[in-house]
Write a protein that binds this ligand. Structure first.
Ligand code: CA
Length: 235
């Protein structure tokens, strides 16, 4: 469910927004001033922020500047809420990267529909779930790997290792990183296990496993998929 963070000093209004969003299944966080908002945003990880521009002490535009200046929040859409009389602030806010605005007084119903519209507009396009590089084809949905069009049967861990490396082509991973990401909390696995699985994986997908073209060894470190990565196409 989407997470919305409400920055609003009037508790009646923020309570009303919270009530309406929670009724629609949203997870809502809130702050009554800018300082508190900034302190909470990194941990709350909102999908959208509504920001009242008229706040005590730190002003709304200053809060917006923080939001847009922090890598953790700069891509989070913001709807600014401003009084009709503060037209300049509204314009400034939009110039500073806010996605939409609502003028006070507003109906909560309207705000909620604006929130939904902005979330729809800014939602990332769903990743297409197939991957192709040279003769290797991976279908993440059906957990199938094909080499030159022929199905290759991988064990679940082999498939997980391959998917993990493929998701970041050109990035070298240490054995420990692969362990932590593929086996996760399974404590009884040694870094050597990674080598064993990679060796078998190579016999299945490489034409010559002594000269691998897909998964290469990074000596003294770990493994890398497609080191001469020219951004393999995700289709
Ligand atoms: Ca206010």
């Amino acid at each position: 469910m989407p997470r919305v963070f409400v920055v609003e000093d009037e508790t009646d209004i923020s309570g009303l927004i919270r009530f309406n969003l929670e009724r629609d299944g949203y997870k809502v966080g809130s702050a009554a001033n800018g300082e508190d908002a900034i302190a909470q945003l990194r941990t709350f990880k909102p999908d959208l922020i509504t920001l009242d521009l008229m706040l005590p002490s730190m002003q709304g535009l200053e809060v917006l500047r923080h939001i847009k200046g922090d890598v953790a929040t700069k891509n989070v859409p913001v709807i600014i809420i401003s009084a009709k009389t503060a037209e300049t602030d509204k314009v400034l806010g939009l110039e500073m990267g806010a996605d939409d605005y609502v003028l006070k007084p507003f109906s909560v119903k309207e705000l909620v529909s604006r929130i939904k519209a902005v979330l729809r507009r800014t939602a990332p396009a769903p990743k297409k779930q197939t991957f192709q590089y040279k003769n290797l084809q991976i279908d993440f949905d059906s957990v199938a790997v094909k080499l030159k069009g022929k199905t290759v049967h991988l064990s679940p861990y082999e498939f997980k290792i391959l998917s993990f490396l493929v998701n970041n082509p050109g990035r070298a991973y240490s054995r420990d990183e692969i362990l932590n990401n593929v086996w996760k909390e399974d404590a009884f696995v040694m870094p050597r296990t990674v080598d064993v699985h990679i060796r078998r994986l190579r016999t299945l997908i490489e034409t010559d496993s002594t000269k691998p073209e897909y998964i290469k060894t990074v000596r003294g470190f770990g493994y890398i998929f497609n080191p001469d990565s020219t951004k393999p196409s995700r289709e």
